[in-house]
Design a protein around this ligand. Structure first.
Ligand code: ASP
Length: 328
């Protein structure tokens, strides 16, 4: 099959998690749908005017980073020590080039830094102060770490700290997220994985993926999850698919989840839907993994599976009305 006839498409996610549906109003739910729709429109326009998948995913993730509703950029969660450590990555499916940053706390839009690593360095992954020095050297906007903080995230850390006292020895997600429901958001923020991501197919048949996160609330300082690891939380290859993940990062790393979707398609002849669904519904749960992923293939198929109760998600083909969803 050729991809020349496929309609360009952008898909995004804003994290997966446990529902708090009973505690939110229709207005609050609409806020999230509106935010997702607002993020889909500019990259959809960009793709419609012949823009690249790489530019579309970078733009979508930048907008999600700027939106405080999602755990990436402004509005990122806190570490155990009350600091921020952000991770991001990007991959170009046309040539398998990739870039990533991890444990950064001064780069306003980490996805731009990931892209700069890909385009302006001979490396793939920079961490901590070295990543920040690199970002500064290529002229990216730097901020003080306080820029990422919001009151809602600070309260979330307090709840997680309190809950972890009673949840020690339980599984990682319960330990990290605690068990006190939070009101006002469709997904329970104390149990939500808040990474953001985007995948796209452009008119030339190129695929790209980008992912960005504040990580997991109450994570230990220095902990790095799947988001900046190429193959674990993010992967793109024109021959198979572009994939961006969200969930318990440690299990996505052990499953090499994003690459596994592509490998199942390449070596096992699976469709995008079979490969994505088996990774999310079988391979990850077998390791205790919770979350989901978004994926698009060169024929413009889109698959958005998750094994949690909900996942903020949406997609927009050019010429069509964007679709957004939170629950099953
Ligand atoms: N996967 C991310 C991490 O482990 C968390 C998330 O998806 O929200 O850092």
């Amino acid at each position: 099959m050729t991809s020349s006839a496929a309609i360009p498409v952008i898909a995004i996610h804003g994290g997966a998690g446990t529902l708090s549906r009973n505690s939110i109003s229709a207005d609050q739910e609409r806020t999230y749908h509106d935010a997702l729709r607002c993020v889909l429109l500019p990259p959809q326009r960009l793709l419609a005017s012949g823009g690249s998948a790489l530019d579309a995913v970078t733009l979508a993730v930048e907008m999600l980073e700027d939106c405080p509703l999602f755990n990436a950029g402004h509005g990122s969660v806190f570490t155990h020590d009350g600091t921020h450590e952000l991770d991001a990555s990007v991959m170009d499916g046309a040539n398998l080039r990739a870039g990533a940053v991890a444990c950064v706390s001064r780069i306003r839009r980490p996805v731009r830094a990931a892209r700069a690593v890909m385009e302006h360095s001979e490396h793939v992954l920079f961490v901590g102060p070295g990543a920040e020095a690199f970002a500064e050297s290529v002229g990216l906007e730097m901020v003080s770490p306080g820029y990422f903080s919001t009151d809602a995230r600070r309260e979330q850390l307090q709840r997680a700290l309190a809950a972890s006292k009673t949840l020690l020895d339980h599984d990682g997600a319960a330990l990290v997220f605690g068990n006190t429901p939070q009101t006002g958001t469709p997904l329970d923020e104390s149990r939500k994985f808040g990474t953001v991501g985007a995948v796209a197919l452009d008119a030339r048949g190129n695929l790209a993926a980008a992912t960005s996160t504040g990580g997991m609330t109450n994570k230990r300082v220095g902990r790095v999850g799947d988001t900046p690891l190429i193959g674990a939380g993010n992967y793109a290859d024109n021959r198979t698919a572009a994939v961006s993940c969200t969930g318990t990062g440690e299990t996505f790393m052990r499953a090499v989840a994003a690459y596994d979707v592509c490998a199942r398609m390449a070596y096992g002849g699976q469709t995008l839907e079979q490969a994505s669904t088996e990774v999310v519904m079988d391979a990850l749960p077998a390791l205790g993994g919770t979350g989901g992923l978004i994926a698009v293939d060169a024929n413009g198929n889109v698959c958005l599976p998750f094994n949690s109760e909900g996942m903020y998600r949406g997609f927009a083909r050019i010429g069509e009305t964007p679709q957004t969803a939170i629950y099953r």
